[in-house]
Design a protein around this ligand. Structure first.
Ligand code: C2E
Ligand code: CA
Ligand code: CA
Length: 724
């Protein structure tokens, strides 16, 4: 519920609600129980009530204080509480023009609960205070005052002797137990008026208090059931304490509060908090309890959920109004209810979401069977008034053994499955796919960790050498002309993560921007070191950019600044972008790219061959290099082995030729075999990277690699192999 009331609506609502409330409480109370200032007081409390109801985030606790204030105003009369609870249910939405939907009614139930709690607490404190005054009066032998307190109290008062026999009671007590005359109660123990189920326990507790001596504490708020003369049960709360003379109990004073109304009320509130107000179906709370019960019954027990989400319900609500929408829901609930077999339970977990819980399933087939019935039951349109409303539903199905996770897991799985079903096609169902789910959960967890990881600099960059292919195979290692920067995440909780596991997440959350900046900085710092170490060989560094990075407004400034800070000449930086990152929405090249190219930074098209691979736009782009995608190179090998001669081979040949025709350099990626390398070299590729030459290397390894003997030189020298 997301409502802020305009001030005039709030004011008018408070006036109206306070009027109805006052009326209800006065009607329910004994004459004279409320004072003249009562309406004003309720007006103030009405304001707090509505603010509590609409609080964001929702917190009901201020209603506790409203309850306490009401108890003070009404001297703890339970009738006033009952009337208040009643008025809140109907009156709050009406007075403030709120739609009484499930969310609103749910909140009201919680507010009512808090109200009742605050009221009860305050009423109990009143009794204790009352009891204290009675004691003081008794102690001071202030008999007049004692009489007044005794007879005016709405609380039942019982005075017993040292043996627990009743010496005196007030009218309130005798009313409670339906005995008109004192002689009907005098001389008997209090437990005579207690329900047999509680009598022994109460008798024992009273006796032990009398024996405990002056050090004993009063017993407050014990619950018990009284029986009146007609045999009806009265729920009551008992507070007792004793007076002692010379360590012997001379008087035992019991105060008994009739809490029957409150009990009924609490039962009702409990019911309401566990059932949908519209359909009366049990709600999510009940589902969680039932599922937990089933799971506790044994790890081998199986259970299933069929989650049902009505398609297009919102549209019905919006076009035909909530009354029709409500009737539709009631009708659907009834159809679903009729499908249930033994061991199955229907619950409603949201406005238009239902769940059938299946106990002791044998496998997913059982849930699928229910799913079929549900879809069949919903094929026929629902008649509401003059409308025949078609209902569609998406279903999510889960079935598993109790041991496979807790209730939260199960419900989460069901939600996800439903979501997938909705995403894929409507009116169908989707079984829970654990692997898919695990990926999502892991992805979600990782993306939550990303901001801190960026702040704490948990990222490391490795470099995969890009080697000169035309000079290959030489005598030594192929000559390294550049290196691609590849980021890795050292996650303290999870361990090392490869970019495939987090770049897309970072792209989705925007964290790619600070992360990319860090990678660019680390890469340029390294490349500047290489330049200082080997000015004669000077490899460039090639850094990947995602779509979001490429569109980031500050990109050009960022690159310029990092180049300035690290002292790396722009020609030694290459940026790799896929076709989608390279092109603007209309297939044009972006201004940022033009600016970067103008600065002297090299631009490469990454993964060429996997996107549109439209060579026609190449002349219009400021691109220097084309990186032939790994999968292409891989197929090259497979095809050669098939002896198929070469559809892919021919394609590679012509792509390289076309690129060369446009003065582009070509780098082949993912080169793993000499056969691939040989084909690519003959096709005219300038450079290559792949496991055949080097794996991605740490920065210290790359420096070793750089300082290794040049091709052809150093025959007979010990060579450091840094592969792997
Ligand atoms: P990519 O740009 O296509 O990078 C090449 C990927 O192929 C790297 O995987 C590399 O380790 C791997 N590779 C290299 N040689 C071979 C080979 O011979 N065989 C096979 N099968 N694979 C090889 P990596 O490091 O896991 O990176 C995956 C992708 O993540 C990269 O694909 C790139 O798109 C992205 N990425 C990596 N680092 C960054 C970064 O710093 N920023 C951005 N935006 N993306 C990055
Ligand atoms: Ca790349
Ligand atoms: Ca690539």
């Amino acid at each position: 519920m997301d409502i802020s009331l305009p001030p005039d609506v709030r004011e008018r609502g408070i006036m109206n609600f306070a009027r109805v409330w006052t009326h209800a409480v006065v009607a329910a109370s004994r004459p004279g129980a409320t004072a003249g200032s009562f309406p004003d007081a309720l007006r103030n409390l009405s304001g707090s009530l509505v603010d509590t109801l609409l609080s964001q985030p929702f917190a009901a606790s201020p209603a506790d204080e409203v309850g306490a204030a009401l108890a003070d105003l009404t001297h703890g009369a339970e009738d006033a509480l009952a009337a208040t609870i009643e008025v809140c249910g109907r009156g709050l939405p009406a007075a403030f023009g709120l739609r009484p939907d499930a969310d609103c009614l749910g909140r009201i139930a919680v507010v009512q609960g808090a109200l009742a709690r605050g009221f009860t607490q305050a009423a109990r404190e009143r009794i204790c205070a009352e009891q204290d005054s009675i004691y003081r009066a008794a102690h001071k032998a202030d008999h007049d005052r004692l009489r007044i307190l005794f007879s005016s109290s709405t609380v039942g008062i019982v005075v017993a002797n040292g043996e627990g026999r009743i010496l005196d009671t007030n009218v309130a007590f005798r009313d409670m137990v339906g005995r008109e005359y004192p002689w009907q109660v005098l001389g008997r123990p209090l437990s005579d008026f207690v329900d047999p189920g509680d009598a022994e326990r109460v008798g024992r507790s009273l006796a032990s208090q009398r024996r405990a001596g002056p050090g004993g504490l009063p017993v407050r708020g014990g619950e018990l059931r009284l029986v009146d003369a007609a045999g009806s049960i009265i729920q009551a709360e008992l507070t007792t304490s004793c007076q002692f003379e010379n360590d012997r109990c001379t008087l035992q004073l019991s105060m008994i509060l009739d809490v029957t109304d409150r009990h009924r009320l609490q039962e009702e509130l409990r019911y309401r908090s566990r059932h949908d107000p519209l359909t009366g179906l049990p709600n999510r709370t009940v589902l969680e309890e039932r599922a937990a019960e089933l799971m506790r019954a044994g790890p081998q027990r199986r259970l299933g959920l069929c989650v049902i989400d009505l398609d297009g319900f919102r549209a019905v609500n919006e076009s035909l109004g909530h009354t029709i929408g409500d009737q539709l829901l009631v009708a659907v609930a009834e159809r679903l209810r009729r499908l249930l077999r033994a061991g199955q339970e229907l619950v409603q977990i949201g406005g238009d979401e239902f769940v059938i819980l299946l106990a002791d399933t044998a496998g997913i087939e059982d849930v699928i069977a229910v799913a079929r019935l549900v879809l069949a039951a919903l094929t026929e349109a629902v008649r509401v008034g003059e409308h025949a409303l078609p209902v569609g539903a998406s279903l999510g199905l889960v079935e598993r053994a109790a041991a496979e996770g807790d209730v939260a897991d199960l419900l989460c799985a069901a939600d996800i499955t439903l979501y997938q079903a909705k995403e894929s096609s409507r009116g169908k169902w989707m079984e829970f796919d654990a692997a898919h789910h695990d990926r999502r959960v892991r992805g979600h967890r990782l993306s939550m960790m990303l901001p801190a990881a960026v702040r704490e600099d948990q990222f490391v960059v490795e470099f995969q050498p890009i080697v000169d292919l035309q000079g290959w195979p030489g005598a030594g290692q192929a000559e390294m002309v550049g290196a691609e920067a590849l980021v890795r995440w050292r996650n303290p909780g999870v361990g090392w993560l490869t970019p495939d596991e987090f770049i897309a997440l970072a792209e989705g959350t925007g964290q790619i921007v600070p992360l990319g900046r860090r990678v660019l900085q680390l890469a340029c710092e390294q490349a500047a070191r290489w330049q200082r170490l080997r000015p004669d060989r000077v490899p460039y560094v090639s850094v990947n950019l995602t779509v979001r990075q490429a569109r980031e407004p500050g990109l050009v400034d960022q690159v310029r600044q990092i180049l300035g800070d690290t002292g790396l000449p722009p020609e030694l930086l290459q940026l790799e972008l896929t076709e989608s990152a390279l092109l603007g929405p209309a297939g044009e090249s972006t201004q940022a790219l033009i600016d970067l190219a103008a600065m002297g930074v090299r631009i490469a098209i990454d993964d060429f061959g996997t996107g549109y691979s439209n060579l026609a736009y190449l002349p219009r782009l400021p691109v220097d290099t084309l990186k032939l995608a790994g999968p292409f190179v891989e197929r090259l090998d497979a095809e050669q082995q098939d002896g198929g001669g070469s559809r892919v081979g021919a394609l590679v040949d012509s792509m390289v030729a076309l690129a060369k025709g446009q003065q582009l350099k070509v780098t082949a990626e993912g080169v793993e075999t000499a056969m691939q390398a040989e084909w690519l070299r003959r096709a005219g590729c300038d450079s290559a990277q792949g496991y055949l030459f080097d794996r991605p290397l740490r920065d210290d390894q790359i420096i070793h690699r750089l300082c290794a003997p040049e091709p052809g030189a150093g025959r007979g020298m010990a060579q450091v192999s840094l592969r792997g």
